[in-house]
Design a protein around this ligand. Structure first.
Ligand SMILES: C[S@@+](CC[C@H](N)C(=O)[O-])C[C@H]1O[C@@H](n2cnc3c(N)ncnc32)[C@H](O)[C@@H]1O
Length: 382
């Protein structure tokens, strides 16, 4: 668990092992003289599974565009409170370059209001509700629903959560349904959490999407960027599942989300779906063949197969895989001690990540990290 360099004054000094800030809960808040930086007193309930473990609501109703509520343990929130200081400000709501509209057959969706170039940012959204994954299994249903609703009601715009799509047939409560239909997975204070992003949550899924999401862990924000050039009026789509899967695999993966996909790829002719599936299978097979060749010392074969993979990626628009493939080529050249080519492909791999906005730029220390990782792998240290 990492500790933050400059915790807000309300959370100094650090206490206990593995926790960087003062633990705030319903008992401790009065003795601490308040519950800053939260705007509402925490409301808590003990876990039914682990003695002494508590889950509490933590709300700052002034954070971001609509406030934020976190339903988690005092330990996790103490380790993550810096997110309140770290936000990147988003454009004012009346000047957003997209709008939320009804999309036939999919409920609401997001449409571009202007042209976006590939890799350009379209949206920057704040998390409004973060819920510890173990909350659902450790807190009895009625108490759990009470805390969930309290967390939502304390936001400055509760409707930003309550109006989100609810299409899950297993849910027995409105907020639970919103979470099951819309939540992303994230980490808060080292623990897995569900996260709701009201605008991102309006973006429908496509199996060949025109946009992708980038998490900003420090501030728990999500940025959405264009995967290809987008024209005004075009619907923005992202993939809810791992890219590159075949039709049957996607259908199974989307079952968890509780809907049948009606994206362009899934609705195209059986012959087109079959051709796409064939290419996707070929890419998956070649990726594992390349790994097999590399692991059994057939370096030149690994390079040849990886080049084949790179050539197949554009037809299926699998641009996120470029970086991985270039890194694999760098790894092979590293093992072959061809430093020049290893560096060329390592830089290509990082260039792609920089273009896509995952890193700010190709810094020498990132290359050094790659060499260390390759050397560790070669020596069997990882
Ligand atoms: C995260 S929400 C997206 C926004 C949602 N359409 C709304 O009205 O708020 C996910 C839900 O949108 C619908 N949806 C998203 N992508 C879809 C797709 N490709 N085909 C059909 N329905 C889709 C499904 O009902 C799904 O459960």
């Amino acid at each position: 668990r990492g500790c933050f360099a400059s915790p807000p004054i309300a959370l100094r000094p650090s206490t206990g092992s593995g926790v960087c800030g003062v633990l705030i809960d319903d008992d401790a808040a009065p003795s601490l003289g308040g519950y800053s930086p939260w705007t509402h007193a925490p409301s808590c309930h003990f876990s039914a599974a682990k003695p002494g473990k508590k889950f509490c609501t933590y709300t700052n109703s002034r954070h971001g565009a609509r406030g934020v509520s976190i339903l988690t343990t005092p330990e996790s929130v103490a380790n993550n409170v810096d997110m309140l200081n770290e936000f990147i400000s988003a454009p004012p709501r009346d000047r957003l370059p997209y709008k939320i509209v009804e999309v036939p057959g999919k409920g609401m969706g997001v449409v571009a209001l202007r042209r976006f170039r590939r890799y350009e940012q379209i949206m920057l959204d704040y998390a409004t509700l973060l819920v510890d994954i173990s909350f659902a299994s450790e807190i009895p249903a009625q108490q759990g629903y009470r805390l969930l609703h309290l967390a939502v009601d304390q936001l400055s715009e509760p409707r930003s959560v309550l109006d989100l799509g609810q299409s899950n047939s297993m849910a027995r409560d409105a907020v639970e349904n919103v979470l099951r239909t819309n939540a992303f997975h994230t980490i808060v204070g080292g623990e897995p959490h569900m996260a709701l992003y009201p605008d991102v949550s309006r973006i429908n899924h496509a199996c060949k999407p025109n946009a992708y999401t980038r998490f900003i862990p420090k501030s728990q924000q999500v940025s959405v960027a264009a995967a290809k050039d987008i024209e005004p009026g075009e619907e923005i789509t992202i993939s809810y599942i791992t890219l590159g899967q075949t039709y049957p695999e996607r259908k199974e993966a989307l079952q968890l989300w509780g809907f049948n996909c009606t994206c362009n790829l899934c609705m195209s002719s059986p012959a087109q779906v079959a051709a796409s599936d064939e290419r996707r299978r070929q890419i998956a097979d070649l990726r594992s063949e390349a790994i097999g060749a590399f692991q059994t010392g057939r370096s030149y074969q690994a390079l040849r197969i990886t080049r084949q993979v790179v050539n197949l990626l554009p037809a299926e628009e699998l641009f996120p895989l470029y970086s991985e493939q270039y890194e694999n080529m760098a790894r092979v050249y590293f093992v072959l001690r061809d430093r020049e080519k290893a560096e060329k492909y390592a830089k290509l791999s990082l260039d792609v990540l920089a273009e896509q906005g995952y890193i700010d730029r190709v810094r020498p220390e990132l290359l050094e990290k790659m060499w260390t990782r390759f050397a560790d792998e070669q020596a069997g240290r990882v």
